[in-house]
Design a protein around this ligand. Structure first.
Ligand code: GRF
Length: 198
């Protein structure tokens, strides 16, 4: 059987990428293969994780490609070569231009560290999400896996899971509690899609 081909876009530590690698290797995401990792940051530890697992990797950064068009031409060239069935944004901090979203319409998913549609959109990424949740006095937060459309964090929700906000939480303790959920629901969502489509 042809394997379900997964391309992953990253920018940082890559713990979400690692959760996908682990799940492919232990079979929680069956009949699949991570065919490539592309990072917007050449120093991302996520690239080291790909290398350790013999997954093809590349950095396509704004330093090499100052021009957005050139940059996404380069990214598309790599992606097209990987023939992905699914593209996963796993802590990818750039916004995909409409032409990329359109080309892979319905085949791009993202993980966001909040209960979308709350605390999503242009200014909500990384630790800022958790700062905003605490500042708003929320009693719960969580993680969301959703399809990527031409908006930011606005596509159809696939999976979402809540965590409590604890008294005494700071952005870092909340971020860690949410990350644990991310590392469970991201592989789960990918396995659901593989089952539906493959
Ligand atoms: C995660 O919190 C994810 O929700 C957000 O960026 C972070 C990525 O973390 N989009 P890592 O690089 O996968 O560890």
């Amino acid at each position: 059987m042809e394997l379900f081909r997964i391309s992953v876009l990253v920018s940082g530590n890559g713990s979400d990428l690692q959760s996908i690698i682990d799940a492919v290797e232990d079979g929680r995401i069956p009949n699949s293969k991570i065919v490539g990792v592309i990072s917007s940051n050449a120093d991302a530890y996520a690239l080291e994780r790909a290398k350790q697992h013999e997954i093809p990797y590349a950095a396509v950064t704004k330093f090499e490609y100052a021009d957005l068009r050139d940059r996404f031409d380069a990214i598309l060239k790599i992606l097209d070569g990987e023939h992905p069935d699914l593209i996963v944004l796993a802590g990818y901090l750039s916004i995909l231009p409409p032409r990329v979203v359109q080309k892979y319409a319905g085949r791009i998913i993202n993980i966001h560290p909040a209960l979308l549609p709350k605390f999503g959109g242009k200014d909500y990424y990384g630790i800022r999400v958790h700062e905003a949740v605490l500042a708003a006095g929320e009693t719960e937060s969580g993680a969301t896996v959703h399809y990527v459309d031409e908006g930011i964090d606005t596509g159809k929700i696939i999976l979402q899971e809540k965590v409590p906000v604890m008294p005494g939480d700071d952005p870092q303790t909340l971020r860690e509690r949410v990350l644990e959920v991310e590392h469970r629901i991201l592989p789960e969502a990918i396995a659901m899609i593989e089952k539906e489509r493959h």
